[in-house]
Design a protein around this ligand. Structure first.
Ligand code: HSE
Length: 420
């Protein structure tokens, strides 16, 4: 087999950049044999010289600027690990305009600047690859782009953030505290530099935007994805939910029916029997439904240096073998916002603190808001849980507001959506 020589530049040598360096170095020969591409790290760029030393990288490979990398004819692919929008966006546009292909794990930048990157790629002739941006080491992007062409995808449900899944799993299984689990997730290299991106649901929202855009072949902007994080989840509700037959997860959900798209990220109870309920720790999974294939579930490590590095390396090898790069023509500036559904439907778990004399009035409020029947469980003195069938989000929010206006009701202490 004829061997193609491919030069790579790595921008940033933190957790994932370091993992990628290690895999590329160790697997160079194996990839050469299997894919016929000899991937050589030609340049690295990182302000932190300690990291460069720790990885044992030769000084001669260290670039001083992105311009130096853009001008280097021996660099064909630029892989970026900075995170955040800038300078990642400008550096990748610079590389694309110089004719390189780019590989990124940066879901925030990609979800917000995808169109700009695509335009720069068209001008330069390279490609934009981002397998590592969603669900870490699990090949979800390649599945959507290269394995589902014979389907219209109608829904996706996934656990797409390792940090929050790690936290919720440990809170649920061991009763561990939220703060201790978050610290451990940071130590293990799962969490973002600012973990609010994980726990407040932003990271899952970026991933939902990317995955839904690919699934429905239309742009699903980040700001059309409903978002709620896990920081208000009380360990008490996790325990009550468990007794009721539910597991708590931070879910990314999206659906497409008749051209209408619904995309959201929020904590949700799933029946223990749902396949996603058994996805624990930093593992992620994506459950897809295609009109011809039916259900498909992809599962694996969603975060960490080596799982994410594995996806980056696969993109580098994939991009290196392409004569013509893929283009996403659905990426336009104009978005028809009318097609996005904000008022979705779910079941609802409501924990209400109220005196027992108010229970009848609470049930009346639920009835007025479309709940024909609901399960009621006393969970403490003056504390009751109501579990509804599917109703509109707007009706659930209205019911909460109306309940809190009742004398005898102190507050609705928890609202958790239920998915089936
Ligand atoms: N912070 C992210 C997570 C990293 O926990 O899933 C992988 O995207």
């Amino acid at each position: 087999m004829e061997i193609k020589k491919v030069g790579v530049a790595l921008l940033g040598l933190g957790v994932v950049g370091g993992g990628t360096y290690k895999i590329l170095t160790e697997k160079r020969e194996a990839i050469c044999k299997s894919d016929g591409v000899d991937i050589e790290i030609k340049r690295v760029l990182d302000k932190n010289s300690e990291r460069i030393k720790e990885l044992g990288i030769d000084e001669s490979l260290v670039a001083r600027s992105i311009d130096e990398i853009a001008a280097d004819k021996e660099v064909h692919i630029v892989a970026e690990f900075f995170g955040g929008v800038e300078p990642a966006r400008s550096f990748l546009i610079r590389a694309l305009e110089a004719g390189k292909s780019v590989v990124t794990a940066n879901k925030e930048m990609l979800s917000k600047c995808w169109h700009e990157l695509e335009l720069a790629a068209r001008r330069g002739g390279g490609g934009v690859y981002f397998e590592a941006s969603c669900v870490g080491g699990v090949p979800v992007i390649r599945t959507l782009t290269d394995s589902m062409q014979g389907n219209a995808i109608t829904s996706m449900k996934g656990i797409v953030n390792g940090t929050t899944n790690y936290i919720l799993s440990r809170m649920s299984d061991e009763g561990a505290s939220y703060d201790a689990c978050l610290k451990e997730a940071q130590r293990l290299g799962y969490a973002e530099a600012d973990p609010s991106a994980d726990v407040d649901g932003f990271d899952s929202t970026y991933k939902n935007s990317i995955l839904s855009s690919l699934a429905y072949r239309t742009r699903v902007p980040v700001d059309t994805v409903y978002r709620e994080g896990i920081s208000d989840i009380d360990v008490k509700d996790i325990a009550i939910g468990k007794d009721l037959g539910y597991t708590i997860k931070l879910l990314a959900v999206s659906k497409c029916a008749g051209g209408a798209i619904e995309a959201r990220v929020h904590p949700a109870f799933l029946p223990h029997s749902h396949p996603l309920s058994s996805v624990k720790g930093s593992f992620n999974a994506l459950f897809l439904h295609g009109d011809n294939v039916g259900d498909v579930m992809l599962y694996g490590r969603g975060a960490g240096a080596l799982p994410t590095g594995s996806a980056i390396v696969s993109d580098i090898a994939f991009a290196a073998g392409k004569e013509r790069h893929r283009r996403f023509d659905f990426e336009t500036e104009e978005v028809d916002r009318a097609k996005f559904v904000g008022d979705f439907s779910c079941g609802y778990y409501l924990r209400v603190i109220a005196d027992s004399a108010s229970l009848g009035k609470i049930i009346d409020v639920l009835r007025r808001n479309g709940v024909s029947d609901c399960a009621v469980k006393t969970v403490g003195e003056n504390e009751t849980v109501f579990v509804t069938h599917k109703i509109k989000e707007s009706a659930a929010k209205r019911a909460v507001r109306d309940m809190e206006l009742l004398s005898g009701v102190e507050k609705v202490a928890a609202l958790i959506r239920i998915e089936d």
